[in-house]
Design a protein around this ligand. Structure first.
Ligand code: 13P
Length: 253
């Protein structure tokens, strides 16, 4: 049984004050919706502590948007996975396409962040997805397979999640069709099954991200291999995010 999971990725939006205000407005919906789904919010790093405090006692987990590739050390500008974990952060996005394509993070760097996150006790959400030109060239599955290599062992697979985010669908308003999402999700699941075990394939939660919104949450979540949504723009408003989750859980198979 894969519990549906909805993750808000706020990217570099919202100040600490706006983060706290969102939490106050979202608490009632969180209590209602957490009976049906897991919910997490990834604010910018500076607002993590505000969100941890504001949501203390509420059934919403806190996620970081990235983490450093080792426990501590001389890595200017990075966030220690150990410190994230000890402040109450549970999940961490890794390999988001903005990290890959705006900041040049390589598969090797992402793989080392992934290992450090697990060692520190965080649960990584490995973000993978093809660019438009890769899809047009018929290379989607090849790219997905390559990016999935960050998960090196069955143990690591059991402690992580995957988010399929086609780069061409992020922030563009152009969502992958439910059939396109399902096709890639099913491919990812088959790959995990063959690399690790059928159990690992069946148990791993695979989220979809890329212009997910209240209006398409239902049809995306109706796909058998879509276990949740990683939501950017449509998660910035508490009522809108709650509506998206409500629509999504309604159609979970
Ligand atoms: P949008 O929902 O704004 O397209 O962003 C998706 C995303 O990048 C989530 O990680």
């Amino acid at each position: 049984m894969r519990t549906p999971l909805f993750v808000a990725n706020w990217k570099m939006h919202k100040s600490c004050e706006e983060t706290t205000a969102f939490a106050l407005n979202f608490e009632r919906d969180a209590l209602e919706l957490s009976a049906l789904a897991d919910i997490a919010i990834a604010p910018q790093t500076l607002a993590l502590s505000s969100l941890v405090q504001a949501l203390r006692g509420f059934p919403v987990s806190i996620a970081a948007q990235n983490c450093g590739q080792t426990e501590f050390g001389a890595f200017t500008g990075e966030s220690s996975p150990v410190s994230l974990c000890s402040m109450g952060v549970k999940w961490v996005l890794l390999g988001h396409s903005e990290r890959r394509w705006v900041y040049g993070e390589t598969d090797a760097l992402i793989a080392s962040r992934f290992k450090a996150a697990i060692a520190a006790g965080l649960t990584p959400i490995l973000c993978i997805g093809e660019k438009l030109e890769e899809r047009q060239a018929g290379k989607t599955f090849e790219v997905i397979e390559q990016q999935l290599r960050a998960i090196e062992s069955a143990e690591a697979c059991a402690r992580s999640l995957i988010a399929y985010e086609p780069v061409w669908a992020i922030g563009t308003g152009e969502t992958a069709s439910p059939a396109q999402a399902q096709e890639v999700h099913a491919f990812i699941r088959r790959l995990l099954s063959s690399r690790f075990s059928p159990h690992h394939g069946a148990a791993t939660r695979i989220l979809y991200g890329g212009s997910a919104k209240a209006a398409n949450a239902s049809e995306l979540m109706a796909q058998p291999d879509v276990d949740g949504l990683l939501v950017g723009g449509a998660s910035l408003d508490p009522n809108g995010f709650a509506e998206l989750i409500r629509n999504g859980v309604r159609s979970t198979p």
